[in-house]
Design a protein around this ligand. Structure first.
Ligand code: IMP
Length: 439
């Protein structure tokens, strides 16, 4: 049976998925994305070259791989070509022979970006802290049945008519918030040539992927954002507007659910979050300096927006929730080396609300804001683990920390990342992840 593995961040994103997908991609024939757009930011370090990807799957760095942008994605065509051009300058070719864009994916148009601004302004103190890339408004149009899909944009009359119709409403909102209304002709003139340039990349990716699976080709499905940003199961309303979880992979690619053979969670040894929203284990007040130390050591600044990420302790309660929701078969634990400097490390093993210990992850953001985390404190190792490739070479306290996390989330750890480079990695050969790497 062909291997179809979904890779998804277990926390609020930026778990270091780029490196892991890059490592796995070598062993897979096809790499696909199923949701989100250029709000994502995956960094991949290969030797002294650094690649930042927003829209394209990380598999693009491997020349022989086919990359798919699935129907569940929202695609800003200008961003697509800017990324393609940036990669070309780094020697990576993005051609229709190896990049397929779903005809059913939705387009992000200039008014979506403008609406992202007005929507945040309207929310005031309750704002989400979005990436302001127009992601939410594009998904709103999709659900509202007025979106413009990639294939629609190829028919000039359809494109023009939809832009005109959608702008009537969009401009009303933009003007109400003292924004600059957009002109339909200008939007059309901007988008139509890009759609034409996109034409050779457009395909029925559902059919392509199911056929690839039938033919025994292996497929890596790459999530963006992460579990706790899922529109249904995340910390609503402080979420992104798509289904980020493993279940979303079937919808967002059209691959039948039974085709998926495994789910890998990406878990970082601490937690971060960008934008607003509840974050129970955030390092605040007394721990702000520690948060700053982790931010610097882990280079925790947004790859898409440059925003400093909020840092916090590992949240095993939230990660257990993510493991149940996605059905992780294995976990890749990233950024172990970032904790090298710490003398003590806290892990949140449970949540208390109003003095009561919770059994399940709260559905209400306001409750999440009032959570008192239950912490266990583990000893640090204060030795460099950078570049370690054998688990037996880790200091005993680091090994104990990893084993503790695995027990606390109830999933095996199949890989430990000890630095940004491909070879700064410990692979546990007799794990599910180890077997996927050997496939
Ligand atoms: P949007 O996806 O731009 O609508 O933003 C919604 C929320 O998701 C905000 O809190 C963003 O900071 C967060 N977000 C979006 N993309 C990413 C990502 O790739 N990593 C981490 N957070 C993200």
């Amino acid at each position: 049976m062909s291997q179809v593995i979904v890779v998804i961040g277990a926390q609020w994103g930026d778990e270091g998925k780029g490196k892991i997908v890059d490592l796995l991609a070598e062993r897979f024939d096809v790499v696909a994305r199923y949701q989100g757009g250029h709000n994502a930011g995956h960094s991949v370090q290969v030797g002294d070259r650094s690649f930042v990807l927003h829209l394209l799957p990380s598999g693009i760095i491997h020349q022989g791989k086919t990359c798919v942008l699935g129907n569940g994605m929202v695609i800003e065509p200008k961003a697509f070509f800017e990324e393609a051009d940036r990669l070309a300058a780094q020697g990576i070719v993005v051609t229709p022979e190896r990049v397929l864009v779903s005809s059913r994916a939705h387009l992000i148009l200039p008014y979506h970006r403008a609406l992202d601004h007005t929507s945040e302004e309207r929310l005031g103190n309750e704002k989400v802290g979005t990436t302001l890339r127009g992601i939410g408004p594009a998904y709103e149009d999709k659900a509202g049945r007025r979106g413009i899909r990639v294939a629609d944009a190829l028919v000039p009359e359809v494109l023009r008519a939809r832009i005109e119709r959608n702008l009537e409403d969009a401009n009303r909102v933009i003007e109400a918030y003292r924004g600059q209304p957009l002109k339909a002709d200008e939007v059309f003139d901007q988008v139509a040539p890009l759609a034409e340039r996109l034409a050779p990349f457009i395909a029925d990716t559902m059919h392509y992927l199911n056929r690839a699976a039938t033919d025994g080709r292996s497929i890596l499905i790459e999530g963006a954002q992460a579990t706790l940003l899922d529109v249904d199961h995340g910390t609503y309303p402080f979420v992104t507007s798509s289904s980020t979880i493993a279940g979303g992979a079937s919808i967002g690619t059209g691959l039948a659910p039974h085709r998926i053979t495994g789910v890998l969670g990406i878990v970082r040894t601490y937690t971060t979050r960008v934008g607003e929203g509840p974050f129970p284990t955030e390092m605040l007040e007394g721990e702000a300096e520690l948060g700053q130390l982790i931010r610097e050591r882990g280079r925790e600044y947004g790859a898409s927006t440059g925003r400093p990420r909020r840092c916090g302790w590992f949240d095993a309660f939230a990660t257990r929730y993510a493991a149940e929701l996605n059905g992780f078969n294995s976990v890749a634990l990233t950024k172990l080396d970032v904790l090298d400097a710490l003398d003590e490390i806290k892990v949140c093993t449970g949540y208390k609300l109003d003095g009561r210990t919770l059994d399940t992850f709260p559905a209400v953001a306001a409750e999440l804001r009032r959570i008192e985390p239950i912490y266990e404190t583990l000893p640090g190792w204060q030795t460099s683990t950078v570049g370690t490739t054998d688990i037996n070479d880790l200091p005993p306290s680091a090994r104990a920390y990893v084993a503790f996390l695995s027990r606390a989330i109830g999933v095996e750890i199949g890989l430990i990342s000890t630095g940004p480079e491909r070879d700064q990695t410990i692979i546990i050969r007799d794990s599910a992840l180890g077997s996927w790497l050997n496939n």
